[in-house]
Design a binder for this molecule. Structure first.
Ligand code: ARG
Length: 297
């Protein structure tokens, strides 16, 4: 079943042929105590070094925590570490998976040196919570930033894999082999959308929210071939408000940066419940709701 799909012609299955996956009922968040913008590793951080309001960041983080609880998820919280200002973006250090029996996790190979030390803290958390921990071969794979680029298809054993800035295509061959599943790969072509989770948000089995200009023609063909409904975000909401960095853990409730009025209208019309939160302090670092959490089984 391990398979890498790079073009629509290679799609030889429909999502209904794939095994089902239970919905994640838990979520991990890393406390923002040491969150700040101290260096620049993506274009959004460029003018924001030293500009994070820490009190505001804490209250925004608290509100997201509360919203996850409100929609029925159990939230685990892990302490941040001094000197690791980006650790709060805990979608990035790992890719959790569930095979129906055991909980697994593949640890990331962070692209930026500044973030490499985050990984062992997250690994330790998984070990304490009964996960089988897997590693990629660092000699052959350059980088892989977990659920920043590897995104689960809702309800199905299928992954979407973004590459180009923080993760390499080679990583997905290894991930597909380890988890024994197909991965549809999408090349990213705009630096502002450096992780797949900045331009692609799976809402339910048949619906995705995307920013089209972040993808190649081939990538858009793949997205259109798999999803029955493709909701599109405009440039302002996608780039300035990170509209596509929303999360929809249950196929119904979408948690999204506040003010995405065009996207929110489209989500309402498609039958989703929208929960707006303010992530302005985290946007300064190039992240919003999706990357501030890790969904877990
Ligand atoms: N400053 C962080 C970085 O550049 C932000 C990460 C946001 N995460 C995400 N999945 N988009 O690595």
């Amino acid at each position: 079943m391990a398979q890498i799909i790079e073009s629509a012609e290679q799609l030889d299955f429909s999502i209904y042929d794939l095994p089902t996956m239970p919905q994640p009922k838990q979520v991990l968040m890393v406390e923002p105590t040491y969150f700040s913008v101290d260096y620049v590793i993506n274009p959004h951080m460029a003018d924001n070094v030293g500009k994070v309001d820490k009190l505001k960041a804490q209250s925004q983080w608290d509100k997201i925590y509360f919203t996850f609880e409100q929609i029925g998820l159990t939230v685990h919280q892990l302490e941040g570490q001094e000197g690791l200002p980006d650790m709060v973006f805990c979608a990035n250090q790992s890719l959790p998976a569930f095979d129906g029996v055991k909980k697994h996790v593949i640890m990331s190979i962070m692209h930026a040196d500044e973030r490499k030390k985050e990984v062992p803290y997250i690994e330790q958390w998984y070990r304490q919570h009964g996960y089988v921990v897997h590693f990629l071969d660092e000699e052959h794979i350059q980088d892989f930033e977990g659920c920043g680029d590897a995104i689960w298809h809702t309800d199905r054993r299928l992954l979407w894999g973004g590459y180009g800035y923080r993760s390499s295509l080679d990583a997905y061959r290894a991930v597909a082999d380890k988890l024994d599943l197909p991965i549809v790969t999408l090349e990213l072509v705009d630096e502002s959308f450096y992780h797949l989770d900045t331009c692609f948000c799976v809402l339910n089995e048949t619906t995705v929210l995307i920013y089209p200009d972040a993808f190649t023609k081939q990538g858009l063909e793949l997205i259109n071939a798999v999803f029955g409904r493709v909701v599109k975000a405009g440039e302002y909401e996608a780039k300035a408000l990170f509209a596509c960095n929303a999360t929809c853990p249950d196929g119904k409730n979408v948690i999204i940066q506040q003010g995405c009025s065009d996207v929110n209208k489209k989500l309402h019309d498609a039958g989703f419940s929208v929960h707006e939160v303010d992530t302005s302090e985290f946007l300064k670092s190039g992240g919003s709701v999706f990357c501030m959490k890790q969904l877990l089984w």
